[in-house]
Design a protein around this ligand. Structure first.
Ligand code: EPZ
Length: 420
């Protein structure tokens, strides 16, 4: 099992290019199940989650080939049920439920298991499938959805924490081949949902309102193959921006979509970070002493929960008090105790973390618990005095393409080490 050994204290300097968005490519790969024709997806990041999705599609009968950052899928003859051993490895695999039901009128998918960041139920996904006319049975850890016909209808998809991203994606993918019109209310507005709607529309689907809380889908008889380039990863771009600010460096991020990152860039500016946007390029530079800012995670276009941990590191290094409130997932503070090992002073009060910032961090061995927590530990290690060993980085490889190489390109002293 690999770990990352980081020698901290070097300001990051130089240029980096972001990869395609993990959270756009996963539902788009699932959407290829909606047509027997060939689909070509470009700017696909080389991540373990993408490999898992490829294996899942292949286990359903699709032909999947990878050539550099291009993935080609042809879901000619497919079957309605996915393999538990594959699906349990990645929650996002739940988004094969909608396309299989849409195309085959039958889908049997294992229920995603537990997750350290929260209970993460799929009740809203199932509510959407039932509303379209599917009969559901949940048994033996599987949900079985069957429908003679899928009929368009109005579906309210708001839940405890607001809209659901993959739930919106799943219902959209089931509704594109349904009879009649479906209206999704309280739909997620994330750029990844918009990219999926764009992909489906290029396949011949009729969708309007993606990016707003109301999405309207007029069902069609069939969909065709398509070529598509996924959007850049706004969470990866935000991670590099925060790493630049935390290390006191100056970094230019290429291939980003700054318009997808407004809430994060706004908070960085409030904290005293210099941020310049030019087209698809972002320049980030720490300008003197940082200022503490309060952050509350929200559905898009609010501050993303996937950047909460990284922002906590920046606030741990900033003199003064800041409050970070997590409103999307109920237990997404796993990184707090590991940051404390590096000297950060953070206490938890219900959904909020009170960060007493300013104490210099010092290197130590730490353990990654989930994808974004591991990114935060890497930023902390880069900013700390001495050496930090981040263990269990398989979490990191799920969502960051070649992050150690990219960071070395910015002058970081970081290397992958094999652990016994
Ligand atoms: C997507 O997960 C992302 N994953 C997550 O990114 C991201 O954190 C999340 O959206 C929120 O932005 C992918 O796109 C693959 P949700 P998703 O359904 O769709 C509750 C990362 O780090 N809920 O929008 O699974 C749920 O428990 C990952 O890249 C229900 O109650 O998240 C949560 O509290 C982590 N019932 C809230 O809604 C449901 O049926 C939002 O979850 C569905 C969700």
């Amino acid at each position: 099992m690999d770990s990352l050994l980081i020698k901290g204290g070097t300001p990051l300097r130089g240029e980096v290019t972001v990869s395609g968005a993990k959270n756009a490519v996963l539902p788009i790969m699932a959407a290829t199940l909606l047509t027997p024709e060939k689909c070509v997806i470009r700017r696909v990041p080389d991540l373990s989650d993408v490999q898992f999705m490829g294996q899942i599609l292949a286990s359903l009968g699709a032909k999947v080939s990878v050539n550099g950052d291009t993935v080609t899928v042809q879901a000619g003859k497919i079957k309605p049920f996915g393999d538990y051993d594959l699906i349990r490895k990645m929650r996002a695999s739940i988004c094969i439920l909608g396309p299989l039901l849409g195309r085959l009128r039958h889908s049997r998918v294992s229920l995603p298991g537990g997750c350290v960041i929260g209970t993460r139920p799929i009740d809203l996904h199932l509510k959407g499938m039932e509303a379209l006319g599917a009969k559901l049975t949940v048994e033996g850890g599987y949900v079985d959805a069957k429908a003679k016909r899928l009929i368009g209808t109005d579906i309210f998809l708001g839940g405890r924490a607001g809209p659901t991203v993959l739930g919106t994606a799943n219902v959209m993918m089931a509704a594109v081949l349904a009879d009649g019109v479906t209206t999704i209310e309280s739909a997620a507005c994330e750029p990844e949902v918009v990219d999926l709607a764009f992909f489906l529309s290029s396949m011949g689907a009729r969708i309007s309102g993606a990016g707003s809380p109301t999405i309207t889908i007029t069902g069609v008889k069939e969909l065709h193959g398509v070529e598509h380039e996924v959007i850049p990863d706004r969470i990866e771009a935000a991670t590099f921006a925060i790493a630049a600010a935390a290390t006191g460096g100056e970094v230019t991020i290429h291939g980003a979509r700054p318009d997808h990152m407004s809430a994060v860039l706004d908070k960085l500016r409030d904290a005293g970070v210099r941020v310049e946007r030019k087209g698809l390029t972002l320049s980030v530079r720490r300008n003197g002493t940082l200022r503490p800012v309060d952050v509350t995670t929200q559905p898009y276009a609010g501050f993303p929960t996937d950047v909460q941990a990284q922002m906590m590191v920046l606030m741990a290094m900033t003199p003064g008090l800041s409050i970070i409130t997590e409103r999307i997932f109920e237990s997404r503070f796993m990184h707090v105790s590991e940051l404390a090992r590096l000297g950060a002073e953070v206490s938890i009060e219900g959904p909020s973390a009170i960060v007493k910032g300013g104490r210099p961090l010092s290197g130590a061995p730490v353990m990654a618990s989930d994808l974004r927590a591991s990114a935060a530990l890497v930023i902390a290690g880069l900013s700390a005095r001495g050496s930090t060993l981040v263990n269990r980085i398989y979490h990191l490889d799920r969502g960051y393409e070649k992050i150690d190489q990219k960071l070395r390109g910015l002058g970081a002293r970081i290397q992958r080490v094999e652990q016994p």
